[in-house]
Design a protein around this ligand. Structure first.
Ligand SMILES: NC(=O)c1ccc[n+]([C@@H]2O[C@H](COP(=O)([O-])OP(=O)(O)OC[C@H]3O[C@@H](n4cnc5c(N)ncnc54)[C@H](OP(=O)(O)O)[C@@H]3O)[C@@H](O)[C@H]2O)c1
Length: 285
């Protein structure tokens, strides 16, 4: 049995679907009974539990051999993932695949990167076999901007910086391979898309695919942060996102393209144009 933590989210949900397609036995964890029903409707088992409640994880881990660990960014993320690692060790899990992020390090100026590095260190220091997926920015982040893209504008604060965005479905496909095949234990993979694109390039690709103009409109960090606060994003995360744009994306540190997705999946990573075409409905309104 494979337990997917974060099974109702973007990457965890895609991993559940990939694993089901491969015929693997999958159980998804969620905090919500309603979301558990949605997982069961997909054909997965479901367990209700909370990373903040280690005892609730023990039932979810019964009979589990491998676990995909995806959680939400936040100031307690490392602690929450450490809870999952300890529970997995106690439950006799063999192998954990952890979703981390590009450039993660305990000495990073980025709060998100430090949280991931602390959780990864706990996993690598445990008795568990591990695989770490270091993901670049995901194309699915652009879906959050869909309402303004529908109106013909892609708003961002990124200027000309290029980022090698990766499709979350490719991250999930890599996770599914690592969880269902031998040979990925104690490996780290760095996952990117096929090319580095600026936000103006993303707007051009959206215009081409949607066959109507989508203009890139540059906002200041303060304007984007204010919009995130209005949308209810917690202050710790808003500041973390500003750090990411300023200290990583704008420096070009996320622009390198790696070969890992193609080497693992045997096909090139999904392009942004393909992603946009696959999500045409979301951008059309
Ligand atoms: N987006 C990017 O560009 C990017 C790039 C690199 C790495 N990452 C990493 O990807 C991860 C986020 O993945 P995602 O986008 O798939 O997340 P997401 O769509 O926001 O989903 C978050 C998932 O976490 C679960 N969750 C949250 N708090 C929980 C708790 N206390 N106990 C149990 N489950 C909990 C949620 O489940 P329920 O609500 O159903 O309980 C949900 O399934 C983060 O670690 C982030 O750093 C993202």
């Amino acid at each position: 049995m494979i337990l997917v933590i974060g099974a109702t989210g973007t990457t965890g949900g895609a991993a559940v679907r990939e694993l089901l397609e491969r015929g693997a036995p999958v159980r998804g964890l969620t905090r919500s009974e309603e979301r558990a029903e949605e997982l069961r409707a997909l054909g997965a088992e479901a367990a209700v539990g909370d990373l903040d409640d280690p005892l609730s994880l023990m039932g979810a881990l019964r009979g589990v051999e491998r676990m995909y660990l995806v959680s939400q960014p936040g100031e307690r993320q490392a602690e929450q993932e450490q809870n999952a690692v300890s529970a997995a060790e106690q439950a006799g899990v063999y192998h954990v695949v952890k979703l981390g992020e590009l450039g993660q390090s305990q000495s990073s100026p980025l709060r998100f990167a430090r949280q991931h590095a602390a959780a990864t260190e706990a996993l690598q220091g445990s008795s568990l076999r591990w695989t770490v997926l270091l993901s670049n920015a995901m194309m699915q982040n652009v879906l959050a901007a869909a309402p303004t893209i529908v109106d013909g504008q892609y708003l961002s604060s990124l200027e000309d910086a290029r980022v090698a965005h990766v499709d979350a479905r490719d991250v999930a496909a890599v996770a599914a391979r690592a969880l269902s095949e031998e040979g990925h234990e104690n490996c780290t993979y760095t996952l990117t898309g096929p090319e580095a694109l600026s936000d103006a390039d993303l707007a051009t690709a959206l215009s081409d695919v949607l066959r109507r103009p989508v203009e890139h409109v540059r906002l200041s960090d303060e304007q984007v942060a204010a919009a995130l606060r209005t949308a209810g994003v917690p202050e710790w995360n808003v500041e973390g996102l500003v750090e990411l744009w300023r200290d990583v994306y704008r420096t070009g540190a996320a622009s390198a393209v790696t070969a890992d997705v193609e080497a693992l999946l045997g096909r090139p990573p999904t392009s942004f144009r393909q992603f946009a075409a696959d999500h045409r409905d979301a951008f059309t309104g």
